[in-house]
Design a binder for this molecule. Sequence first.
Ligand SMILES: O=C(O)CCC(=O)C(=O)O
Ligand SMILES: [Fe+2]
Length: 305
Amino acid sequence: MNIYKHLSVQKASPAIGAYLTGVDLNNINDPAIYEEIRKAVHEFGVVFLHKQPLEDKNFVALGREFGSLESSHPVFGVTDAFKEIQPIVYDPREPITTQEWHTDNTYNEFPSRYTFLRSVDIPPLGGDTLWASNAAIYDELGEPLQKALEQLWARHDLFYRMRETAYLERAGKPEGAAANFLKFRTDHPVVIQHPVTGRKQIFVNRHFTTCIHHMTDQVSFRLLHLLFDMVKLPEFQCRLIWEKDMVVIWDNWATQHYATLDYGKYPRTMTRMVGESALRPSPVDGAKMYDSGVEWQSRGLLRKA
Ligand SMILES: O=C(O)CCC(=O)C(=O)O
Ligand SMILES: [Fe+2]
């Protein structure tokens, strides 16, 4: 484990997650503290900080310490005061299905690198969130299957998910709204190498990954569901019981998460930010890749300025 001088670290489970204490996010006067928070996010995948009644401007300042922040979201929208901050207000009539294992925004060529979530209004019981480690899942697969998966590309598609949940109809979106969502579709390697830690990990999720290229739909479906099922094993997970005024930061590429929907009519309100990535998820060094058959190769790995 890395050495931490400015924070106390308590692991949440062997595979993933850590509680950080000894820091007040409203009053950070030494850049070395942010450096240690970043280090902990990469080492543990997700970090939890209790008792952080964070002002919006300090929430944004925290996010910017991790790079540029996205300023729009196709489903959540943004707040009036800060375009970087997205409200997540759970309403049983609006089927935002985050109660499904997923990595955020993998339908983008440059999926968000980090997600920041702040608890504003928490139900008295329930509404826990779980995270799982994509590297721990990869480690479990065994070398023959790891090597096979390292050669493959998969499709990620937001609109597919919206069709599956009849999102547009149930949310009362006008006829023609579908066209706005068709562009949220891309391909990524099934196994990627983490840009900071270098760990190999899977990079598919039940929410947005629709098929693996270079195999029939039947084979692709079964192979994907093998990986989708692995994320449900408790050994790869940790679970957070929320309190008001918590701040949680996760390494979005390294993890998947699941927000439980078991709190009935109680409100549950979060604010959220997502950190951009300048890089595309890249295949494992030296892996022989089957061509994805789409434009990925020609577009290059770096986000255009
Ligand atoms: O509300 C939560 O606990 C997590 C929601 C979610 O999936 C997200 O913020 O990306
Ligand atoms: Fe999410």
